[in-house]
Design a protein around this ligand. Sequence first.
Ligand code: NAP
Length: 269
Amino acid sequence: MLYKRLENGIEVPMIGFGTFKIPNDQASDVVKNAISAGYRHIDTAAIYRNEIGVGKGIKESHLHRSEIFLTTKCWNEDQGYRKTLEAFEQSCQRLQTDYIDLYLIHWPKPLNSETYRAMEELYHQGRIKAIGVSNFHQHHFEDLMKTATIKPMVNQIEYTPRLTQKPLKTFLEKEGVAMESWSPLMRGKVTDISLLQELSRKYGKTVAQIVIRWNIDTDVIVIPKSVTPQRIKENIDIFDFCLSKEDIDAINDLNKDQRTGPDPDNFDF
Ligand SMILES: NC(=O)c1ccc[n+]([C@@H]2O[C@H](COP(=O)([O-])OP(=O)(O)OC[C@H]3O[C@@H](n4cnc5c(N)ncnc54)[C@H](OP(=O)(O)O)[C@@H]3O)[C@@H](O)[C@H]2O)c1
């Protein structure tokens, strides 16, 4: 496994397991399967409504809690100081844990600063090991920094061969903020891109593996989701190769600033 070291020294497995759209009643089996396949980093969110299943899967894997890096997120309606503290406790209860490795503000909202104040308090209490944001453009980040006392350690954003986010990525690198990519496989659509199909033949790896490796080779933590046992294994089988500099550049050139999900500036709350 490769790890990304955050500003506070916490190490995050570079590949994690995404759980968006996995129904709660399937989540425990899928998560157990992912853990058996070697994933040690699981990404969920209160709004996915599957924290109970995810927590059950982790518990039933019989690994020590400290062997799993667990992320969850504060949903938009839970923003604000008090509500965030309550939402955090509820997430912990559903996940059967008393701490979260990485807690994120799910989407930027006007209440970011109050939400973040609650998160900083939880961080100081040791209930959150790392603190971060998601879907923050540079301007959201700079606004938050006007009141934050701890710089967010992670920004989880959409990052794909069609949305390479170069200016934001450069900004985050300069600030020492780890970048994490969501919907890295464009929800399955990466397999249609012909250059990636060519690279798949060249490296003898699948298109999904090429894209996951491109994330890691560009220093981005990646959290692909799958409920399919074969794909769960395939997506983590990416440590026996790396991409050449030319091929990384060629994938970067596929950028069209095209989103699979909403733009944080226009997201309708
Ligand atoms: N912070 C945020 O706002 C935010 C937003 C979106 C997502 N996320 C996080 O990021 C994670 C990943 O994003 P995502 O779930 O939206 O999409 P994704 O990981 O890009 O793609 C998942 C889709 O790709 C398919 N797939 C998986 N492995 C494949 C492979 N090897 N070959 C072909 N198809 C494959 C899956 O199908 P099967 O499941 O049927 O195998 C599923 O339909 C989420 O699960 C969530 O944890 C965060």
